[in-house]
Write a protein that binds this ligand. Sequence first.
Ligand code: AGP
Length: 612
Amino acid sequence: MCGIVGYTGNRTAAALLLEGLKKLEYRGYDSAGLALQQEGRLIIAKKAGSVADLESILEPGLDQNTVGIGHTRWATHGKPTDINAHPHCSCGDEIALVHNGIIENHQELKEWLATDQGHRFISETDTEVLAHLIEEFYEGDLLMAMRKAMKRVIGSYTVLALSSREPGRLVCTRQSSPLIIGLGENENLVASDITALLEHTRNTKILEDGEFAAITADTIEIIDADGKAIEREVFEVTWDLEAAEKGGFDHFMLKEIMEQPDAVRETMRQRIDHSSYKIQLEDLGFSAGELQAIEKFYIIACGTAYHAGLVGKNVIESLTGIPVEVDVASEFRYREPLLKKNQMVIVISQSGETADTLAALRLARQSDLKVLAITNVVGSSVSREADHVFYTWAGPEIAVASTKAYLTQLVALYLFALYLGQIRNSTKPAITEQIVEGLIALPGQLKAILAADSINRLKQYCRHLAGWDSAFFIGRNLDYPVAMEGALKLKEISYIHAEAYAAGELKHGPLALIIEGIPVIALATQKAVLDKTLSNIQEVNARGGAVFAITQEGFKDVVRQVDAVFYLPPVIDLLAPVLSAVPTQLIAYYAAVERGHSVDKPRNLAKSVTVE
Ligand code: AGP
């Protein structure tokens, strides 16, 4: 999720845009850039690194310019370099634009523009295609050209552009990506995030999907895709800056939990052909022979990413029959694993900078094993050193407790397992269809879960939970790794000593700790072992445990056994972890809030553990 800001008025645009970009920098960015109008030409400045790095390369004497656009980048296509930073320009440098989102058909458009229309491309980005595409339709009216161009574009986008031939005019559009217009006195602003506007105005107009706007210092013209004029009411923002950074949520963690439907949708974008149920991961760069030859996988990671790996093991083994060993990186790197030819290592890391995971990656490469990295940060160490990289497109994750990145790691593992099954013909087409249908339904189901009234029951249970210093999570099959993740989330932000157990293990010891009222979160989403899980819940009940169950609608027997229940929409066992993880995240969140802890910055922890 890149940051975008634009200004047209009578104040110095460069200074104002830099301030706006700094307000957006809290989300963590890898490069920044500006485009300013100056006497019939455009001045472009862009740099990999922070906004301060950009500021340091700006020529003196830019204070006359009163119109410009700015961008902070969160790379998805193309490493964080000066060339790949935004703005991107047309061949004639008459048009410059900044973009947030992903252009799915950028390759196809690029080929047409370069081969048939003779455009010259200089960056690795999907965005640059838009500058050339708009140039292709440009006849002096940027709004008209953008409308024609976007008809050919598939993807998610916020686009903001200006032309050297239209002084004082900014043109923008959006499709499933945020864009806000800020109303001022003899000036107007545009931004992807309210935080960049708040210092200047609280009066805004929100652009809806598929709409376009042309903005000058005194006018705002909004039209739909067919050119029909649209009247939009002014929306007054009441949040303070800190609240705005959190999108109106009390904490980044809750904001990121609520962003999961979009994060999962974005991570699947371009990777599933809905019509043929085919998984499209050719851009990972594997040869079919390479994937055919694999006899064993190692999945190596730390913390939450390790828990995603445990789900990945089950999914890859059940869809391809290839054995998978999962290990925490800090153990793997010192236990001299038996690494052999025809084995591959998958490392998972949100930050891409975790020291133990990086060391495990290097150990694998020293043993000539190929490494696939699943990471959320383009240009991170893990992404640079791995042979193949699967980027999760969760966007910047700020809260130390990982939530949306974890869900996108699960989705990445499902897609990779299906792709393997496709290449090796090891998965029955009917199974693939069922799983792909299930994956496509996930964003909608996540939205339903996050709006469910069962969240109130969950909050109520958290008031009970917050009064205890220990708690248990239990589950069988794929519920067990999710129980482990739930316990980690509760530990790291509420400081309640939570343990996760395979439900069948309780009677081999932990049951001794079950006393009257002790909180036990039972995951019961796996149809295949539901009866077994129910009998384990009865064991806990018999000793007075206060059980909160996470189960599927239709699993009627569960409610009779427990104190409170959270229902998930019906889902196949294999995909249940993507849904069941959400209530475990919310339990940790509301318990931590109930206990008054600093949810986003828990004690003793860091977002990225770059030391051993
Ligand atoms: C998870 O909430 C924690 N922040 C931590 O366990 C984390 O998952 C672990 O440090 C791995 O981080 P990574 O995914 O960035 O490598």
